[in-house]
Ligand binder design. Structure first.
Ligand code: C2E
Ligand code: MG
Ligand code: MG
Ligand code: MG
Length: 286
């Protein structure tokens, strides 16, 4: 107990705390520098029509290779960016770099009908941050018609009325919206009922349990049926096995994303992946 512990252990504890805090400060400074110098990179993970296998779009995922620590998980550095006022700079970077990379390869449009970018909860709930993003978008008009923003379920929950307004305002500008990690929150159904969204992404946890827990199949079927009734697109995330894919197709799920179909890849790989895919489709039609 704390009372039995002498001053030494308290001192050690404090030192450990401040060391952790120091590491954190350094990481934040490095992240700030990486954003300024644009040394973060993007990978793209294709999404597919579950039945035809055609590419329907891709999700943009941010990567950071720290010079000393190696790859830092996105959840970790996105969290840091949120806490240290770097999140709008980070999003601006993702949006402009996505546009530049896809544009340079001529991939927008025919080859890639949709591009999804993740937006942090914090950002979505802050109108000022969303304004910054909108400004950034005006600077990259070639991306706008294809762009979809992914927000996690919890993001919109803090204030549903505000979220409805925010979504409607941005949809008028031509943006599309997906709810990410759908089905894990307590108010998933309320969100489906109230929010003018274009897509739901069924959380990976459901796909993982699909063949292990029969009730999961009924849940996925229900989400799919409801979404279809509302004219909302459904994407299953984290599809890793052929059995999962078959089960999802049987559930009526329209689109799939996961390691079974394609890994997240750099822009050059994406370009050749899309070319190969197009050749295969052309051959199949000939
Ligand atoms: P998310 O948006 O739900 O992204 C899907 C995550 O699942 C990605 O992890 C992806 O690499 C991974 N994934 C894809 N297929 C499979 C699969 O078959 N199995 C498994 N186990 N995982 C799969 P990643 O890239 O590590 O990103 C983690 C999270 O970090 C994302 O979750 C998103 O919330 C956040 N994130 C990533 N990039 C950005 C960004 O540019 N901005 C913001 N705000 N957040 C981002
Ligand atoms: Mg996502
Ligand atoms: Mg997700
Ligand atoms: Mg997530």
């Amino acid at each position: 107990s704390a009372r039995e512990e002498g001053p030494d252990s308290i001192r050690l504890f404090n030192r450990a705390l401040s060391e952790a805090e120091e590491k954190r400060q350094i990481l934040v400074a490095d992240l700030r520098q990486a954003i300024e110098e644009r040394t973060l990179s993007l990978v793209y993970q294709p999404q597919f029509n579950a039945v035809s296998g055609q590419i329907t779009g891709c999700e943009v995922l941010l990567r950071w290779c720290h010079p000393m620590l190696g790859w830092v998980p996105p959840e970790q550095f996105v969290g840091l960016a949120e806490q240290h006022n770097l999140i709008s700079a980070l999003s601006a970077l993702v949006v402009s770099q996505t546009a530049a990379e896809l544009d340079s390869k001529g991939l927008l449009g025919n080859q890639l009908p949709r591009v999804s970018v993740n937006i942090s909860a914090l950002e979505f709930n802050n109108p000022a941050l969303m304004d910054t993003l909108q400004q950034e978008l005006n600077g990259v008009p070639q991306l706008l018609p294809f762009l979809q923003l992914e927000i996690t379920e919890t993001a919109a929950l803090t204030d549903l009325n505000a979220s409805v307004l925010q979504l409607s305002r941005l949809k008028q500008k031509g943006l599309r919206f997906a709810i990410d990690d759908f089905g894990t929150g307590y108010t998933s159904l309320m969100m489906l009922k109230e929010l003018p969204i274009d897509e739901v992404k069924i959380d990976r946890a459901f796909i993982r349990d699909l063949l292990k827990q029969p009730r999961t199949i009924a849940i996925v079927e229900a989400i799919t049926a409801m979404a279809r009734g509302f004219g909302i697109n459904v994407v299953a995330e984290g599809v890793e096995t052929r059995e999962q894919l078959e089960c999802l197709t049987a559930c009526g799920c329209q689109e799939v994303q996961g390691y079974l179909l394609a890994m997240p890849m750099a822009i050059d790989e994406l370009a050749s992946f899309l070319d190969k895919q197009k050749d295969a489709q052309d051959k199949a039609q000939a």
